[in-house]
Structures are given as C-alpha cells and as structure tokens.
Design a protein around this ligand. Structure first.
Ligand code: GLU
Length: 472
C-alpha cells in the first residue's frame, strides 16, 4: 500500500475512510475496495522531429475490477505521476457508482506537455502508448475503455481507436474500445460538451435548494450569481457557457495557465474563448482587469468558484483566502483534504467532484452502448414517435374541432434527435444523483455532500463484492 500513498491518493483515501465510518464494511473488504487493483507503468521510445529518441513515461491504472470494463480518461501532462493516475482511477470508481454507470474506475496518464509538442509527435506517442496497452491487455471494449481527459480530446481518441483496430483486426465491437471519439468514428453527439453540461446541471440542482442557499446568504437559482471559472478547456468552457447562456449567471472571472481576467460586470464567455484561441493568451485580450498570477483570481469575491482544471488548486495555503460561498468541483480533486477542512469550517458549500464532473463518463457510457449496439439511439424510434404523436394531435384536433397552432404542432410532433436524447438522459442522471446524495446526507446526518457521495459509492461497490463473492 505504501507506494500508492502519494499526496493525491492519500487525500482521496482520507475521504473514503471518513465515509466508511458511517458504514458497516468489514476491514478486509474496505481495503480491497480502496486499493488500486492494477497499475501498468511503462516507458517507451518515441522519435522526435529531429530524429532523436525521447523516452516517454506513461501509466494506466485500473482501480477496481468489481465491474468490467473499467473506465476512465487518459491525461497528457508533464505532471503525470503514479500517485496521480491511481487517485484519479479511484475517483472514477466512486464517480461511476454515484451516477449508476456500470463500470469500474481506471485512468491513464502520459508524462508529456501536449501544448509544446507537434501533432506528429503526439500521434506517434499516442499510437505507441495504445500498443503498450494492447500488449498487456489494458484496453478493450470489455476490459478497459479510455476516454479524453486533461490534454487529450477527440483527435487522440481517434488515434487510439484506429491503432486498436489495426492491432486487433476484425473485432465486431472494436469501436467500443475507447469513447470520446469523433462522430466520423462512431462517437456520440453530446459527448464533447457532456462534462461541462453535467457541471452546469449539477450546480443548477444544488443552488435550487433554498434551504442550502439561505445559510450562505444566497437566493436560490442561478440567475445573477457571480461565478469565477478556472480553466477554459473542454470542461471549463462548456460549463461557463451553459452557466451564462442557460443559467443567466454572471461570469466575473476566467483563469487560465497564463493568467486571468476579472470583470465584476461579467465577461462574455464565447468571445473570451474565441479571442484566446486566436491570440493564444488570455492576457492579450482587451477585456476586464488582467491578473498575471492566475491563482490570485481564485481568491476574488464571487458567489461560486468553479475550478475546472487540475487537482490540488485549493489547499491549506489558500483556503483561508477563498471568498466564494460555493466551490463547485468541475475538475478532479481540485480541493485537497486540508483545504476542504478549512473551507468547511468557514461555511463554504462544496459540490464534490465525484458527483459534479460525472457527466463525461455518463455520456461515455451512452457512446459505449451505442457502439455495442451498432445503431444510433434515435434511428429506430424517431420516425415512429413522430407518426404516433401526429396521430394523437390529429385525434385531439378532431375532438376539439380546432387545429393546434403551427409552431406548437411541429414541437409536439417532432421525433427526437440523438443529441436531444443524450442531453435528456444526462439531465435525468445528474438530477437523480443529486437528489439521492442530498437525501442521503439528510437521512444519515452526514457532514457534507462529499461524504454522502463516498458513503453511497462505497455501499454500492461493497454490495457488488458481497453478492458476487470471492473467487476461488
Ligand atoms: N476523463 C473524464 C473523467 O475524469 C471522462 C472519463 C470517461 O469518459 O471515461 O471523468
């Protein structure tokens, strides 16, 4: 166990142990649930642009095999370590349990700065990494299914899918070996924005509870809430966009690696995103107040702080200075154990990562199901639903003796598109999971939602182990 106890995994383990005190799980079973089942640490050569060789260090951790396949993203970052992938894999196990996604948790990481490397280098590296995973049976539709994470996206998932297909030819279900793929490779509409949309939906649920908002001095609802978002990557961008456009919140701050922008009157997320893409640097934009040290922005006045980048952003060091009333953990592990204790004492409401960012893996599950069934979710039912709704509307019109107005008629009759089904199923998942955790917290008088999340997840995983028994 000692090699597994780095800082991040220790932080996750402390939450697990705190939650386990509210459950009756025998010590051996708890240890089995908590530990990481398998870690593959690899080193492989990749040819650089100038023909020289770089030795790349990478990992894949499979935290829990209580359900298969195991599932979790692949991260490309210079900070990747064994401690980090194990901790993130563990969070995946608990996250999947919370949103009822029938997978064990896993995570991969490659120690590289993807923003400093050429696409050709990244492609060679990704394909070699996939080859290593295939050789050791650490990837496959029924074994271990990666997805995007920090520093990776659809492009990398396409390379992984293609490499797997080349190395394991003629597999009927090969496309289900990875999720977050482009649509051209049997991805699913709605996956790209899924984590950010899930973050928005989760925050919306949390702030709707008047009873929880009152002690914070806040009114229920998102409208007008002042929000600072850290990270304008796939998660932060979509979360901020939905919070602003759908929720009516005011995005007063946006932080990125190079610095941040602050404007109490609100920043236009779409414009900031586009201009940053063009100039490559937030600090080059002529909007709001420029903040050179991005960490400083976390401490500015706001109602909600949404860390959507990396782990350990709020620690004992800066937690006393956080002015947000709610911290919504869009990233994995952005508040460490000590940071959390300080925030809790200061009355800050935390919406925990293991619930809040589960939208990504939820839609990954839908993509995997789609790949295994080899058909889009709308294909078999959309037209039938449309015909059936048309007959119903016509019958009502006949009985009432008047016609439904044209715009309403179209709305009533229209069959669903796949993306609408995905968004609706995601909304249902996030809403149900929130109510379950908040209900559990009340029922068992648990100190916070994180504890409720771990209590629920541990209970689910323990139940599976108990029911299946131990072989041999
Ligand atoms: N990397 C994402 C996460 O941390 C998504 C994982 C997945 O879709 O498998 O939840």
């Amino acid at each position: 166990m000692t090699t597994q106890r780095g800082r991040f995994f220790t932080s996750v383990s402390r939450s697990v142990e705190a939650a386990a005190r509210h459950l009756n799980i025998e010590a051996g079973l708890l240890e089995q649930i908590q530990c990481c089942n398998a870690v593959y640490r690899m080193r492989f050569p990749v040819e650089r642009e100038d023909g020289t060789i770089e030795v790349v260090e990478a990992y894949r951790a499979e935290h829990s095999h209580h359900r298969l396949p195991v599932k979790g993203g692949i991260r490309f970052a210079p900070t990747v370590s064994q401690d980090e992938v194990i901790a993130l894999a563990a969070l995946m196990t608990y996250k999947c349990a919370i949103v009822g996604v029938p997978f064990g948790g896993a995570k991969g990481g490659v120690r590289v700065d993807p923003f400093a490397r050429s696409p050709r280098f990244l492609e060679r590296m990704t394909r070699r990494y996939t080859t290593e995973l295939v050789k050791k049976n650490f990837i496959g539709p029924s074994i271990d299914v990666p997805a995007p994470d920090y520093g990776t996206g659809e492009r990398e998932m396409a390379w992984i899918c293609d490499t797997y297909d080349v190395l394991c030819p003629n597999g009927m279900n090969n496309h289900a070996c990875v999720t977050g793929k482009p649509l051209s490779l049997h991805g699913i509409p709605g996956r790209r924005e899924a984590t950010g949309l899930g973050v928005y939906l989760g925050i919306r649920e949390a702030v709707a509870e008047a009873e929880d908002m009152e002690p914070l001095g806040l009114k229920p609802g998102l409208e007008g809430k002042r929000i600072i978002v850290q990270g304008l990557g796939n998660v932060g961008y979509y979360a901020a966009r939905y919070l602003q456009q759908e929720g009516g919140a005011v995005i007063v701050g946006i932080a990125e690696r190079e610095g941040g922008l602050f404007d109490p009157n609100g920043l236009d997320v779409e414009a900031v995103f586009r201009l940053r893409k063009e100039s490559g640097n937030l600090l080059k934009l002529e909007v709001g107040e420029k903040i050179a040290r991005s960490e400083e922005l976390l401490e500015r006045d706001c109602d909600l702080l949404v860390p959507a980048a990396l782990e350990n952003q709020i620690t004992a060091e800066n937690a006393p200075r956080i002015r947000a009333k709610i911290v919504a953990e869009a990233a994995n592990g952005p508040v460490d154990w000590e940071g959390q204790e300080i925030l809790r004492q200061r009355g800050v409401f935390i919406i925990p990562d293991l619930y809040l960012n589960a939208g990504g893996v939820t839609v990954s599950y839908f993509e995997w199901l789609k790949n295994l069934s080899h058909v889009s979710f709308d294909r078999m039912t959309s037209r039938w639903q449309e015909e059936s709704a048309r007959r119903l509307v016509e019958t009502i019109e006949g009985l009432a003796g008047k016609s439904v107005e044209a715009v309403m008629r179209r709305k009533l009759i229209k069959g669903p598109k796949e993306v609408e089904l995905v968004h609706a199923a995601l909304a249902e998942t996030m809403t149900t999971a929130y109510r379950r955790l908040r209900g559990l917290q009340r029922e068992k008088d648990l100190p916070d939602l994180r504890t409720a999340g771990f209590v629920y997840a541990l209970g689910q995983v323990a139940l599976t182990y108990r029911d299946m028994g131990i072989f041999p």
